[in-house]
Design a protein around this ligand. Structure first.
Ligand code: 13P
Length: 255
């Protein structure tokens, strides 16, 4: 982590969990537990809870994110949510290209690219997720998979459009929800690779400023070690973000 260039970001992806009442309570508890912490914090509740949670976090240091969007502003697209709607409700961030969306809901490198463009057009910070599967890692394809995801996902953008805006989240699919965290060496190796890829495909400014988060079974017990790695700027947390008490321990990783 390099806090002079990149302020740490700890993000919670609540996935398809929590009723409105549960989400509001967790958000209230989280605001209380994290007051005064000098770390960027984001939570991404399910769409149904965004509006009530927005009321809870307004004016606090907890920012709101969507878990997905569709790339059009409006139209006859049953079941979809647009960047206009997310911005309108008070989102600052939006998670894009999560492996669960790629795996179960047909997100592709091309649709992810369109979604990132839509987010940027509406001043939403994309949290752009990349990561290899177990089989891809076993086959020695980790770097080629990540290269393709990043290159296609960010095709057509300039460093100017992305610098100080986009966040990349490295989430090895085999570490998500499995309790199997990647080792420090594996994480640092990939984060260095992603940062050098930003330099190769764009420039030094993007490489220096892009926040690269790690995601996959992050817990209070392992967050400090992960956050010590020089190219890790934060965490994207699933299961352990559902409890305000547990998540706030992750947010206070340096204590
Ligand atoms: P877990 O923290 O539950 O492994 O989930 C990680 C994740 O997918 C966050 O987006």
């Amino acid at each position: 982590m390099n806090p002079t260039l990149r302020k740490p970001l700890i993000a919670g992806n609540w996935k398809m969990y929590k009723t409105v009442a549960e989400a509001v309570q967790t958000a209230k508890d989280l605001v209380q537990c994290t007051a005064g912490v000098d770390v960027d914090i984001m939570i991404a509740p399910p769409f149904t809870a965004l509006a009530p949670v927005a009321e809870v976090v307004r004016g606090t240091s907890v920012a709101l994110g969507g878990q997905n969007l569709f790339s059009k502003n409006d139209g006859a697209y049953t079941g979809e949510i647009s960047p206009v709607m997310l911005a309108d409700i008070g989102c600052r961030y939006v998670i894009i290209g999560h492996s669960e969306r790629r795996q179960f809901f047909g997100d592709t490198d091309a649709s992810v690219n369109a979604k990132i463009r839509a987010a940027l057009n509406h001043r939403l910070i994309p949290v752009f997720c990349v990561g290899e599967t177990d089989a891809q890692r076993e086959a020695g394809e980790t770097f080629s998979v990540l290269d393709k995801q990043v290159s296609k996902g960010l095709e057509g953008f300039s460093s100017e459009m992305l610098s100080n805006v986009i966040v990349i989240a490295y989430e090895p699919v085999w570490a998500i929800g499995t309790g199997k965290t990647a080792t420090s060496d594996q994480i640092q190796e990939v984060h260095t690779f992603l940062r050098s890829l930003a330099e190769k495909r764009f420039d030094n400014l993007l490489a220096k400023t892009v926040k690269i988060l790690y995601g996959g079974s992050v817990k209070p017990e392992n967050v400090s070690e992960i956050m010590k790695l020089p190219d890790v700027d934060g965490a994207l947390v699933g299961g352990a973000s559902l409890s305000a008490e547990v998540f706030s321990k992750i947010i206070r990783f340096h204590h």
